[in-house]
Ligand binder design. Structure first.
Ligand code: SAM
Length: 281
């Protein structure tokens, strides 16, 4: 027992909270696992902890039991609000629930100047768009100081990939590697969830770089997209779609024109983005 609230399975039964596939609802009932995720999130006694998709509140309870000073939980499915209100009553003043779509919510507004960490067992269908939003924030360093997130293992591998892991290395790894450092902490098997998903999941820890190599996000996105849209082709061919002289671009960025996208580290893409801007100005 981590608190004196009823066991989660009873909460789900009492409130009739059958999981909905369309909202990526796979619940965690294992208290050891939710406590472990809360531990990996670091010191929660300071700042604000944002949880996306609390559902019936298993992870929420673990965060609060771990001493989280303030949890802001964003949940789209209103069926969970009464169960979450019961948790809020158990921890007065420490849980705020926002009924809404996390994709439309600005973390900077929630933080209002305080340090903010995000911890979530994300719905699979919104995990990548949410992470991309948080990594693409205009002002940097961002409002968040760390992200401790559950992804499908395959997505986790695409986030942390380096050029040596060619199949997984692509646009997501470049964006994540440019602005942050990321590592997979541990895997979670399908059987840990109710209902079990088809695939293994992984907890990923992401911390923002304070000073990413200077370049324009828009240009970095463009060159990475052009390069990886034709990932089997040499860069002198794939980068033609950018509408600038691809040979001049590669020479300016000091990159071998016969190399393929998957062999170029993040620094190389930053150099390409800056060369692209220089050629167009
Ligand atoms: N955190 C709970 C747990 O670990 O048992 C539930 C996790 S479940 C994988 C994902 C949760 O995210 C569901 O409660 C779902 O309703 C919610 N959700 C789905 N899309 C959302 C969105 N765009 N914004 C906020 N919550 C969302």
């Amino acid at each position: 027992m981590i608190d004196d609230l009823p066991p989660l399975r009873d909460v789900v039964r009492a409130h009739g909270l059958a999981p909905r596939k369309s909202l990526g609802q796979n619940f965690l009932f294992d208290l050891n696992l939710t406590a472990r995720i809360a531990r990996e999130a670091g010191d929660l006694t300071k700042g604000v902890t944002v949880e996306v998709g609390p559902g019936p509140g298993g992870l929420t309870r673990a965060l609060l039991a771990a001493g989280a000073r303030k949890v802001v939980a964003i949940e789209q499915d209103e069926r969970f609000l009464p169960a979450l209100a019961e948790i809020g009553a158990r921890y007065p003043g420490r849980l705020e629930v926002i009924h809404g779509n996390a994709l439309e919510i600005d973390l900077a507004q929630i933080a209002s100047g305080e340090a903010l960490q995000v911890v979530a067992n994300l719905p699979y269908n919104v995990g990548t768009p949410l992470l991309t939003n948080w990594l693409e924030q205009e002002s940097w360093p961002p409002a968040w100081t760390s992200l401790t997130l559950m992804f499908q293992r395959e997505v986790a591998e695409r986030i942390v990939a380096t050029p040596d892991e060619r199949a997984d290395y692509g646009r997501l790894a470049i964006l994540a590697g440019w602005r942050a450092t990321s590592r997979i902490l541990f895997d979670v098997p399908p059987a840990a969830f109710t209902p079990p998903p088809k695939v293994t999941s992984s907890i990923v820890r992401i911390e923002p770089r304070q000073s990413p190599a200077p370049c324009r996000l828009e240009s970095l996105t463009k060159v990475a997209q052009a390069a990886f849209n034709q990932r089997r082709k040499m860069l002198r061919q794939s980068l033609k779609s950018l509408g600038v002289d691809a040979s001049a671009l590669l020479e300016k960025a000091e990159i071998d024109p016969t190399a393929r996208a998957e062999a170029i580290p993040v620094d190389g893409f930053v150099a390409l983005a800056n060369a692209y801007d220089a050629l167009r100005s």
